[in-house]
Design a protein around this ligand. Structure first.
Ligand code: GDP
Ligand code: MN
Length: 383
């Protein structure tokens, strides 16, 4: 689960990482009230899960109530890289002396954590990596040994952090590491980590991804989950218990099994198309799941064709075919459908599907063939 900045700051606060306290609001009048509460100058920050908000005009300093009103009115409702701003975070503006970059991630290749630290924060780290790679210091951390004070001190020195701030920055790195590990995050990124003019070190931004598999030991994550903004399709899919992720292509995907669903996205892309979603029906793939899946995909207006890719293992193809038949009796399709059905009892499954075939409903023998047909149909766009 990716957190919004305000949630990331709440997460940091649990582990003692210093941040500015602030107020989350959803309308301009409340933003003015919040700015008065935190004290001017204040900063109004768009809460969307995408980077580069500052550049897009979604982060602004305000000196008084009139400015707060004007800025909050402009930012709320703004579109930032396809994300609509529904809420803003208002905090007291910090006096910045220095901006650094720090992140903790998993480096799966070496089975260790990786910490990156750069003295060139506040700008896109990808840009620094290109133009000045030496400005990024890195250290691998053995998860069994943990991150030691000595390692933190060495990292801070090798990143070229100015002498007076080294102790303070190293301390915050250790706090962030604790948040990362104890908080079961997959990513913690702070850009910028600032040194204030009073010398205090402080996380000015927060990008946190939590490891959903650890959710069972974090009841406090429920509040984060409740605040997530799902798009309409995802909300509907969740209410129907489907494993669905919305994407922005034109080929709807229905597959049984997460691995097959991923492979289906790949073949659609190899066939020159773009998937409209990821959807894993799970094991059973019966009529209910199929009908629910079709209903969700029907609501996606970008979809021009749907590719149903089923491999019968324990699930038998004739059962799946019956499920498709029953689902089609319940849901009226608004796009053509291409079915690939293979595996246990495939022949019996195809015997059932034969009775359903039309211009709109086709069967292909192979996964690649089905992907090509679905992409062609989607390009024709006869919805
Ligand atoms: P991002 O653009 O989405 O990464 O949003 P950030 O939270 O990182 O803010 C972008 C930039 O706005 C920062 O790099 C700062 O330069 C500036 N900024 C944000 N908050 C403050 C603040 O409290 N005081 C000052 N002076 N600048 C701020
Ligand atoms: Mn940032």
């Amino acid at each position: 689960m990716d957190l919004f900045e305000y949630q990331g700051k709440d997460f940091f606060a649990r582990y003692g990482v210093p941040t500015s306290t602030g107020v989350l609001v959803r309308d301009p009048e409340a933003a003015v009230e919040a700015a008065r509460e935190v004290g001017f100058p204040a900063v109004v920050k768009a809460q969307v899960q995408v980077g580069g908000r500052g550049k897009a005009g979604g982060v602004k300093l305000v000196r008084d109530e009139a400015e707060a009103l004007e800025v909050a009115t402009a930012i709320l409702g703004m579109d930032i890289k396809g994300h609509t701003v529904h809420k803003v975070w208002v905090e007291h503006a910090s006096d910045i002396a220095r901006e650094y970059y720090v992140s903790f991630t998993l480096d799966r290749g070496v089975k260790q954590y990786l910490c990156l630290l750069s003295s060139e924060g506040g700008v896109e780290i990808e840009e620094v990596a290109k133009t000045n790679p030496d400005a990024i210091a890195r250290v691998h951390i053995d998860p069994l040994e943990g991150f030691t004070e000595t390692e933190a001190a060495q990292l801070v020195a090798s990143a070229g952090i100015e002498e007076v701030s080294r102790v303070g920055v190293a301390k915050v790195l250790l706090q962030l590491y604790q948040a990362f590990v104890e908080g079961d995050a997959d990513l913690v990124e702070v850009n910028p980590l600032i040194v204030k003019t009073d010398g205090n070190v402080h996380a000015l931004d927060a990008k946190v991804t939590l490891d959903d598999s650890a959710g069972y030991r974090h009841p406090e994550w429920e509040a984060y989950r409740a605040d997530m903004e799902l798009d309409g399709r995802e909300a509907l899919a969740r209410s129907k218990g489907l494993n669905y992720i919305g994407l922005d292509g034109t080929v709807g995907i229905i597959a049984n099994g997460a691995g097959l669903a991923m492979a289906t996205l790949d073949v659609v892309s190899q066939a020159g198309g773009r998937a409209a979603n990821f959807l894993d029906l799970g094991g059973g793939a019966g009529a209910d799941a199929m009908a629910n899946a079709l209903e969700v995909i029907n609501t996606d207006e970008k979809v021009q064709a749907v590719f149903v890719n089923i491999f019968g293992g324990i699930t038998r193809c004739d059962e799946v075919a019956k499920g498709i038949q029953e689902a089609l009796e319940r849901v009226e399709l608004s796009f053509p459908m291409v079915i690939r059905l293979d595996g246990t009892n495939a022949r019996e499954g195809h015997d059932i599907l034969r009775g359903l075939l039309s211009d709109k409903i086709r069967v292909e023998e192979t996964m690649v063939g089905a992907a090509k047909t679905a992409v062609e149909l989607a390009k024709k766009g006869e919805r």
